[in-house]
Ligand binder design. Structure first.
Ligand code: SF4
Length: 402
């Protein structure tokens, strides 16, 4: 046993295929074998065989099954026990997968025979690459059935072993068989192809292999490199995510602050608006009060004016009435006024006479006063001579005494 075959055997043990493959039966055609392989994704081989028989009995051909309702196909499956809608619901996934597989085969081959798998390697490789729902693991098993005694090889299988470093990539199926044949442990070719085809199906994609999830990564030359790059990329992504989260958190804080600020502004604006409205309402109330007061004052003034007018009218009426009364007494008054005027005239005449007499008396008095003044003046002229005579006499007397 070579080192490569040991490695291949060790790696095969690491692979756990998702589904088992049925045993090859010569009496089944390729499509029927595919149906059993497909149904074994949901049930045991015995149940899948039993379901195949029920489907073959129910439908004239596979195209009729392809166009049937999922529930109808589910009714012919034999893998779940029970009755009614619950049973149909349990069988539905298997029926849905079978319908989908039939549809894929029909779309890729324009028939429902899979005879194309018996054609040349190039055609079969292309077809197997297009049967994505069928998968390389199942289609390589079908390819092995189509070419009994030959190891089924396909581009996915070659890719996996090339990346594992167990063979050199080639497009020739014969060269691939020559390289892979010695690696098969114990002559179990189908199990070997099935296991590594699962790796090609699930992880070893041509452009972006998912080495980080592949169970063979620790033994794969390319896988280690890809895994290392993936880790670096993940670290970068984690860093970017962290920064993005920090930025988002900061942005959230900013947004929250902005929201609070906007709310505060809106609240203040609402308060200002409310105050404005209150002021406007107050002004309106004041205006209304002033208008009502003015109206009341005008009413009062009108009432007062009306009362004054009424009072004036009453007064005028009273005056008129009084005048009327007076006019009735007027002749007597006139006579009284005439007699009083006469009396006044008499009094005036008497006063005039008395005044004249008083004037005469005053003239006389003045004449008397003037005469008296004249006499006084005359006497005053004689007084110095008398005074001198008295002085002489006084001197003579004093001399005599001496
Ligand atoms: S580790 Fe990567 S490259 Fe290697 S077989 Fe797996 S998927 Fe392919």
């Amino acid at each position: 046993m070579s080192k490569k075959s040991e490695t291949a055997a060790r790696l095969q043990k690491k692979i756990k295929p998702r589904w088992k493959l049925p045993k090859a039966r010569e009496e089944r055609g390729l499509l029927e074998s595919g149906v059993v392989a497909l149904l074994m994704r949901h049930m045991s081989e015995a149940k899948a065989e039993s379901s195949l028989k029920a489907l073959l009995a129910a439908y004239d051909d596979w195209n009729e099954a392809r166009v049937s309702q999922v529930q109808e196909i589910a009714g012919h499956l034999r893998h779940e026990a029970g009755r009614g809608i619950g049973l149909l619901a349990k069988r539905e996934p298997a029926a849905r997968d079978l319908k989908r597989w039939l549809q894929e085969v029909f779309q890729q081959t324009h028939s429902l025979t899979l005879n194309e798998l018996g054609e040349d390697h190039q055609s079969t490789s292309r077809l197997m690459g297009n049967l994505s729902f069928t998968g390389l693991a199942t289609s390589s098993w079908l390819l092995g059935l189509a070419h009994p005694g030959e190891m089924p090889v396909h581009s996915g299988l070659v890719r996996v072993f090339d990346r594992l470093g167990l063979m050199t990539r080639t497009s020739s199926p014969n060269k691939a068989r020559e390289a892979l044949g010695p690696l098969v442990p114990g002559g179990h070719t189908m199990a070997f192809v099935h296991a590594f085809s699962e790796i090609a199906d699930l992880y070893c994609e041509s452009r972006r292999p998912l080495c980080q999830d592949c169970p063979l990564v620790d033994d794969c030359k390319m896988g280690k490199k890809v895994y290392k790059e993936w880790k670096v990329q993940q670290a970068r992504l984690a860093e970017r995510r962290k920064k993005e989260e920090e930025r988002a958190a900061k942005q959230a804080v900013i947004d929250e602050r902005r929201r609070l600020r906007d709310e505060e502004r809106a609240r203040k604006r609402a308060e200002v608006e409310a105050r404005k409205r209150e002021r406007a309402a107050e002004q309106m109330r004041k205006k209304a009060r002033a208008a009502s007061q003015k109206k009341a004052a005008q009413k009062k003034a009108t009432q007062e004016k009306a009362a004054a007018k009424k009072a004036a009218q009453k007064k005028a009426a009273r005056k008129k009435a009084a005048q009327k009364k007076v006019s009735k007494k007027a002749p007597a008054k006139k006579a009284a006024r005439k007699s009083s005027a006469k009396k006044a005239a008499v009094k005036k005449a008497v006063k005039k006479v008395a005044k004249k007499a008083a004037a005469k008396k005053a003239v006389k008095k003045a004449a008397k006063k003037a005469a008296a003044k004249k006499a006084v003046k005359k006497a005053a002229k004689k007084a110095p001579a008398k005074k001198a005579a008295k002085k002489v006499a006084k001197k003579k007397t004093s001399k005599q005494k001496a």
